[in-house]
Design a protein around this ligand. Structure first.
Ligand SMILES: Cc1cc2nc3c(=O)[nH]c(=O)nc-3n(C[C@H](O)[C@H](O)[C@H](O)COP(=O)(O)OP(=O)(O)OC[C@H]3O[C@@H](n4cnc5c(N)ncnc54)[C@H](O)[C@@H]3O)c2cc1C
Length: 424
């Protein structure tokens, strides 16, 4: 039994939770406990997913001293190619967006999911992180009081915190304890995920085939390898994951039309039904929702974890300001501000991904026409392309410090000027 009191507690040891813990501890100067199931070393992870992380996410990881531990496992994405494979009468032209068009070397990096979790975990256990990692089978209860919230682990330990970052995934118990409602929806689609070797170089280009059942996307990995997110109707996806290596390779070969040459070794396949979730508020009752606890978005356009990392950076901003002003970091005022700052980003990403996906799977000619014209416009109009690229990478509007190149210094100066509550 323990009754230590922390400024902030994070529930969940996924990438969003670990990043939030480090952002709150290392950068915002809060005393933080992260309560999460035991960490699984990268080599033992069964997660087949990769995440394309954009520039702001990489800045955050740099600012919390995790990027150098993650970078060796990643590959840069210098261009994104869209190929219309809908078979529509109004076939749109191929479009290639390059990072150079907006003055960058890369759009971001493709990261195997196990790498950020391992890198962030290694950064969190360093003595200067101001983060205590507490291994538990899970937090079983969260009781919200007027001054603090009390977390009780399945092993019976208790911790108090003035603010709780609920980063416990889509079935968040933190969200339920805070009484935050959700809106959920499903798509009649599922994503088949794998990584594979190929004979032809990807030249750091990620390619999206827009198909009537959903996009099929290849994303560069180091060397002659790429990750795959192949969206299909659920029954077709089910059949694909059941294929043996040779049959799956042949099916993929047909879809890629020789783009990456001959397909070599391939990892086991995993399937993810497509669904969406958004919380009605991102903070209430001493709980701030971070990552998939607050929003689940289909794996189209590589937005999910980028949003989760922006949650972490924004929460650190809000908490640092409250601490610097000597205010309660878990107050309704701070949580309302956090929620208001996250709402436009999350809503616009959900809407964009939804419209893009539905425009592909729709059988209506006007919808195909509108999508085709949109792509033609992107093809032909450089200012529109640049706008689309910038908005796709990061929302316009107020940026939290940790998404800026000198964010660690900015945050450090802010937290140094403020009150610093101590762990009991
Ligand atoms: C096929 C696919 C491709 C994707 N590609 C991209 C991409 O290219 N780019 C991108 O940005 N995003 C992508 N995403 C989204 C990204 O994978 C997710 O946003 C991200 O993994 C979610 O991280 P998280 O930390 O929020 O949640 P999770 O990884 O689900 O972590 C939740 C954590 O909470 C823990 N937990 C749960 N309950 C409790 C409890 N009671 N007590 C303590 N701990 C608890 C869990 O054990 C886990 O550690 C993709 C998703 C899919 C499905």
């Amino acid at each position: 039994m323990s009754n230590a009191t922390y400024t902030a507690a994070v529930v969940g040891g996924g990438p969003a939770g670990l990043a939030a813990g480090l952002a709150l501890g290392k950068a915002a100067g809060a005393d933080v406990i992260i309560a999460a199931p035991p960490h699984r070393a990268a080599g033992k992870s069964t997660d087949m997913r990769t995440a394309a992380l954009f520039a702001g996410s990489i800045e955050l990881l740099r600012n919390i001293d995790a990027w150098d531990l993650i970078a060796p496992h990643c590959a840069p994405i210098a261009a994104i190619r869209i190929i219309d494979d809908t078979g529509s009468l109004l076939r749109a032209p191929e479009v290639v967006f390059t990072a150079a068009e907006v003055g960058r070397e890369t759009f971001g990096w493709n990261v195997p999911n196990a790498a950020p979790v391992s890198g962030l975990h290694a950064a969190a256990v360093k003595p200067d992180s101001r983060v205590s990692l507490h291994e538990t089978s899970g937090i079983a209860r969260l009781d919200i009081g007027p001054e603090t919230a009390t977390l009780t682990s399945q092993e019976g330990e208790t911790f108090e915190a003035r603010i709780v970052a609920g980063a416990d995934g889509r079935n968040s118990i933190c969200r339920a304890a805070a009484g935050i409602e959700t809106r959920t929806w499903r798509y009649e689609q599922a994503a088949v995920v794998a990584s594979f070797h190929h004979s032809r170089p990807h030249r750091s280009i990620s390619t999206e085939f827009h198909r009537p059942s959903g996009p099929l996307t290849t994303v560069p990995l180091p060397g002659l390898s790429s990750s795959l997110v192949w969206v299909e109707r659920p029954d077709v996806a089910q059949r694909l994951v059941a294929l043996n290596d040779d049959a799956f390779r042949a099916a993929l070969d047909e879809r890629l039309q020789g783009l990456l040459g001959a397909i070599g070794a391939i990892t086991p396949r995993a399937m993810f039904p497509l669904s969406g979730l958004t919380a009605e508020a991102f903070g209430a009752n001493r709980v701030a929702l971070v990552g998939e606890a607050g929003h689940v978005i289909p794996p189209i356009g590589a937005q999910g974890l980028n949003l989760g990392l922006r949650d972490a950076a924004t929460l650190a901003d809000c908490v640092a300001t409250a601490l610097a002003d000597g205010r309660d970091p878990g107050s309704a005022q701070v949580l309302d501000l956090y929620s208001a700052r996250r709402r436009p980003d999350v809503s616009s990403r959900i809407a964009t991904v939804d419209v893009l996906n539905r425009s592909l799977i729709s059988s209506l000619l006007p919808v195909h026409l509108a999508r085709g014209l949109g792509i033609v416009a992107l093809h032909a109009l450089p200012p529109l392309r640049r706008f689309a690229i910038r908005e796709g990478l990061q929302p316009s509007g107020e940026l939290p410090d940790l998404l800026k190149p000198d964010g660690a210094r900015l945050m450090h100066e802010r937290s140094r000027s403020g009150a610093r509550p101590t762990a009991a």
